[in-house]
Design a protein around this ligand. Structure first.
Ligand code: ATP
Length: 261
């Protein structure tokens, strides 16, 4: 999609604009009146205690969960998750990515690339596999991977799609320190290439300074600009330990890469 909406937004530089978003499960409200925007070529961190609604917010932004109030604009056009063209702009990695039982890693990569119409730079997935040390495991099934390896594979698939909007729910949680450094470097590169990146995190993130901090707590979302905090998470105060939850996590083509139509 490189239509009128993109052109409009290319001028204002905004990838995602969220206005008055509210979400609830049955009668239980998770958050309300959430408003913020993600600029192209920027990284935003989303923080908040367990149960604050970070994963719920991600699902709303990815179009998986319908908010009961508010609006989401993607590159200047209303977005509710129903447009295949719009979903091609987004890659979403949920906090617990899931995979098909009967596809190897290499088959997953090929399948998602084909489902996305082959939209991926030649060799990029291979480079990403190398960067995360997964190349020797490409013929194995992700179900036989460790949690960290599954996370790496989900990131490879998402990044290989070169999305303009990258939504990563707790990507650092299961990664070892070396892989965390690799991820920070890749996200920095995505920012330099003009992508908008939203990352939730409970702990310090190595070598990556966000442009914006979003703090979700007690049902409301607060936006802290980059000069409101010193260096990454160092000044946002204590945050609680990660809790991996993804009720009904969908398959990889839904869960890792929102480009499936
Ligand atoms: N499928 C669901 N049905 C009902 N309530 C849900 C469901 N998923 C999440 N919730 C509730 O919504 C609230 C927000 O949950 P969510 O998973 O979005 O929080 P989170 O900030 O991502 O938490 P964590 O840091 O522990 O991952 C919690 O009170 C949770 O119990």
């Amino acid at each position: 999609m490189r239509g009128e909406g993109c052109a409009k937004t290319d001028r204002c530089g905004c990838a995602l604009r969220v206005s008055g978003l509210a979400c609830r499960y049955a009668a239980a409200e998770v958050f309300a009146e959430a408003s913020f925007s993600l600029d192209q070529g920027s990284i935003s961190f989303l923080v908040g205690p367990n149960g604050a609604g970070k994963s719920t917010l991600f699902r709303c932004l990815a179009g998986w969960t319908r908010p009961y109030a508010g609006a989401v604009e993607l590159f200047g056009e209303p977005f509710d998750g129903s447009s295949r063209e719009q979903r091609r702009e987004i890659a979403y990695v949920p906090d617990v990515p899931s995979f098909y039982d009967d596809l190897t890693t290499q088959e997953h990569i090929r399948f998602v690339q084909q489902a996305n119409g082959g939209l991926s730079a030649d060799g990029l997935a291979d480079d990403l596999m190398d960067a995360f040390g997964l190349s020797a495991h490409r013929d194995r099934y992700p179900s036989a991977y460790s949690r960290g390896m599954r996370q790496k594979l989900a990131l490879v698939i998402a990044l290989a799609a070169m999305p303009r909007l990258l939504l990563l729910d707790e990507p650092y949680g299961p990664l070892d320190p070396g892989a965390a450094e690799v991820l920070s470097s890749l996200l920095d590169g995505a920012r330099s290439s003009g992508a908008a990146v939203l990352v939730s995190c409970h702990h310090g993130v190595p070598n990556l300074k966000p442009d914006q901090l979003l703090r979700l707590a007690d049902g409301s979302l607060e936006v802290v600009e980059s000069d409101g905090f010193a260096d990454g998470l160092s000044s946002v105060g204590p945050v609680s330990a990660p809790l991996a939850t993804a009720p009904g996590a969908p398959g990889v083509s839904d869960g890792v890469c929102a480009r499936r139509g």
